[in-house]
Design a binder for this molecule. Structure first.
Ligand SMILES: *[C@@H]1O[C@H](CO)[C@@H](O)[C@H](O)[C@H]1NC(C)=O
Ligand SMILES: *[C@@H]1O[C@H](CO)[C@@H](O)[C@H](O)[C@H]1NC(C)=O
Length: 316
């Protein structure tokens, strides 16, 4: 039988019929990666360099990038990067809005009402865009994430979960998942949190919330019920917050929110408090780089992107 098949293949090849008839190969699933960037000039070179290094066929990845309300050169760096890689990706859809600040905010790190509304609407339109273009997977990825595990997409996809997040390490106990949540939807630290963050306990765990880097399998029918918009959920009683709304939507639809820490996947910056300065975030970036070295990982960065940050950086 084997010989007969081989002979047939050779015969077909000779007959100039494409050779791949002999061994059918399936294309990788398509992934739409949604990126929202605001005032991230100092982290973008690391973020973009790690994104670019992912071991996944770029012609199966579409990017959707939005940026607004910047007071640094976030947009300039994004534009430079897009030009340098756009021929590799399936497509890059970007939109940059030129405006400094929200009228109701107390500074660039304030989560004011208008800012929440904008982020809710940006996240929802990215999710709906992914559905509309028939992406198999939706990956929402924030710009303060540095992925060091280049096989992360293959790993997450192989989990075959509707919603899955890789556990990200910070320079403290902060990470991108909640194991506990109060009845009022506030964060609750539980006893099992630390062993998971410190990777003393390894595996995939059900959480109350995952955020910052989350993969959604849009081929699963129940994923249609996921949303970032409170109005889309019956009897919604939570705050107007994109990630809490997403968590409640998942819970009401019986969709587990899973975080996995079986491997080292990457790193995340600790979010800024309202009064923190960019200088403080630079310090945090240094701390995070030390943490990366500490756990024997490596951060890659494209020299031309870093140089660009320094030379073009507007001083404030
Ligand atoms: C993936 O999960 C779905 C259910 O959500 C199941 O029907 C399917 O068989 C699973 N696929 C694999 C390869 O395990
Ligand atoms: C939804 O939340 C309830 C209450 O916290 C919990 O018991 C249940 O397991 C959650 N459902 C899912 C799918 O996580």
């Amino acid at each position: 039988m084997f010989h007969a098949g081989k002979t047939l293949c050779v015969f077909l090849f000779l007959a100039l019929i494409p050779g791949h008839i002999c061994s059918t190969r399936i294309k990788y699933p398509t992934v739409l990666i949604s990126i929202l960037a605001r005032n991230k000039a100092h982290t973008l070179p690391y973020f973009l360099s790690s994104l670019e290094r992912l071991n996944y066929p770029k012609d199966r990845i579409a990017l959707r990038i939005r940026s607004d309300h910047n007071i640094d050169n976030t947009v300039e760096i994004l534009e430079k990067w897009i030009v340098s890689v756009q021929h590799q990706y399936h497509s890059i859809n970007s939109e940059f809005v030129d405006s400094d600040s929200y009228s109701d905010e107390q500074g660039p790190n304030d989560w004011s009402r208008l800012r929440f509304e904008n982020v809710i609407s940006l996240r929802e339109s990215a999710l709906n865009y992914a559905r509309r273009v028939w992406a198999d997977y939706f990956l929402t990825l924030d710009c303060d994430v540095f992925l060091t595990n280049t096989n992360i997409l293959h790993y997450l996809i192989a989990k075959n979960l509707t919603v899955v997040a890789p556990m990200l390490r910070s320079s403290g106990l902060y990470s991108n998942f909640w194991l506990g949540m109060t009845d009022e939807y506030y964060y609750l630290r539980t006893d099992d949190y630390k062993p998971v963050v410190n990777r003393e306990k390894l595996g995939c765990f059900d959480t109350k919330m995952v955020h910052t880097c989350v993969l959604v399998d849009l081929r699963k029918i129940e994923s249609d019920r996921l949303t970032y918009v409170p109005e889309n959920i019956d009897e919604y009683d939570g705050p107007r917050d994109d990630i809490i709304t997403f968590a409640i939507a998942a819970n009401k639809s019986d969709i587990p929110l899973t975080v996995c820490n079986e491997e080292m996947f990457g790193f995340v910056m600790i979010p800024l408090e309202q009064d923190d300065t960019v200088a403080f975030d630079m310090l945090q970036l240094t701390n995070l780089k030390l943490e990366v070295l500490n756990v024997q990982e490596k951060l890659y960065v494209r020299d031309d992107l870093v140089e660009y940050t320094v030379v073009q950086g507007r001083s404030r």
